[in-house]
Ligand binder design. Structure first.
Ligand code: ZN
Ligand code: ZN
Ligand code: ZN
Length: 359
């Protein structure tokens, strides 16, 4: 069965000296054959030799879930030993690539049967494929971004903040993510007042107050591809401090997105954003990288971070999300998904980046 993505993976494996790859669970499996496994104790594993036919070992009761036409399916029965079937496929190979999301219990059982081959995380070969999105993938990312943009447009009109808990606001956002066409609502961070200074705050029982800054960071998936967007709201009229910090973050994000084009190093996008925040005197409060790749995972390669000197390529999709976090006081983050186009940025999110006042 011909599968273009598997073919390209096999070419990469051959170049890297990898004899066989096992992918169980997770985004690599979805990327290669469009199948989202059930992450249960019965293993589902793609078995991919550097040369020859790939097969999917799947529990017989789950075989009907596998999309047709992307790989040869080998169902295993309750009394079979799927790990032995896998071991048989890679006999004699001295280098194996193991999917990043394969449970350690499956790997341990496999190693009991095949000895001690050299092991490589499969992401070392799959990331090169997944980093460059094709038109179908960009289209899915664009539809996902448009969905959360519509949620952002509804928030000031429909969501009351003051007097309600972060959890209640997060529940509203989660509902709207689904209403606006997502298949799954992945996450919704609502971080209010002093909590807004915690970038990955878990929405809690804090009651939102007039005068709060509220960071809302949310997304989900459309056809398996993720959205991820952040805007910062002001409950009632913003303080002078919030207006100032917001304008610095806004400028950093704009400059970083404008700098996107093929050949620019990932770390240079980070530096553009960081320089603006440092020059404004907030450098020590920009405590995370500028962005992350996005696709069939919310966070994937390429990472927009100091130390990553890999050049951007056409089709890379990633977030640009500078932030400033003043402990105990307030935080601001603005996040957009950008695709590196042929000669500049293709920003998927179009929702306003102005500081929006909510009630
Ligand atoms: Zn994050
Ligand atoms: Zn986010
Ligand atoms: Zn993000």
């Amino acid at each position: 069965m011909n599968n273009e993505r598997i073919n390209r993976l096999q070419e990469a494996m051959a170049r890297a000296g990898i004899g066989h790859a096992f992918i169980a669970n997770g985004p690599d499996m979805f990327y290669l054959i469009g199948y989202a496994t059930l992450p249960l104790e019965r293993i589902t594993a793609l078995s991919i030799p550097a040369e020859g036919d790939a097969v999917l070992f799947v529990p017989r009761l789950e075989a009907p879930r596998v999309p047709e036409g992307t790989v040869e399916v080998v169902p295993w029965d309750e009394l079979d030993d799927p790990i032995a079937m896998m071991a048989e496929r890679c006999r004699g190979e001295d280098t194996l690539a193991i999917g990043d999301h394969m449970w350690s219990v499956f790997l341990i059982r496999l190693l009991e049967k095949v000895g001690s081959p050299r092991l490589i995380p499969a992401s070392e070969v799959t990331r090169k494929l997944r980093e460059v999105k094709d038109e179908t993938e960009i289209d899915a990312l664009r539809r996902a971004a448009a969905g959360v943009d519509r949620v952002l447009a509804r928030i000031p009109r429909e969501v009351r903040f003051a007097g309600r808990t972060e959890k209640e606001v997060a529940a509203d956002i989660t509902r709207m993510i689904l209403e606006e066409g997502h298949d799954e609502a992945g996450f919704a961070i609502v971080a209010s007042g002093p909590n807004s200074a915690s970038p990955h705050h878990e929405p809690g029982d804090r009651v939102i107050q007039p005068g709060d800054a509220v960071v809302c960071d949310f997304g989900g998936s459309v056809d398996g591809y993720f959205s991820d967007v952040t805007r910062t709201f002001s409950v009632g009229e913003p303080s002078a401090k919030l207006v100032e910090v917001h304008s610095v973050v806004h400028a950093a994000g704009t400059a970083a997105r404008d700098a996107v084009r093929p050949g620019v190093a990932c770390q240079d996008i980070d530096r553009v954003a960081r320089r603006i925040i440092e020059d404004a005197g907030y450098g020590e409060w920009f405590i995370h990288r500028t962005g992350h790749g996005i696709g069939v995972e919310v966070h994937e390669h390429p990472y927009i971070v100091e130390g990553n000197d890999a050049p951007l390529a056409r089709g890379n999709a990633f977030s640009v999300e500078p932030g400033i976090y003043l402990p105990g006081e307030l935080g601001v983050r603005i996040e957009d998904i950008v695709v590196c186009g042929e000669d500049g940025p293709d920003t998927l999110n179009q929702a306003t980046r102005d500081l929006m006042v909510v009630e």
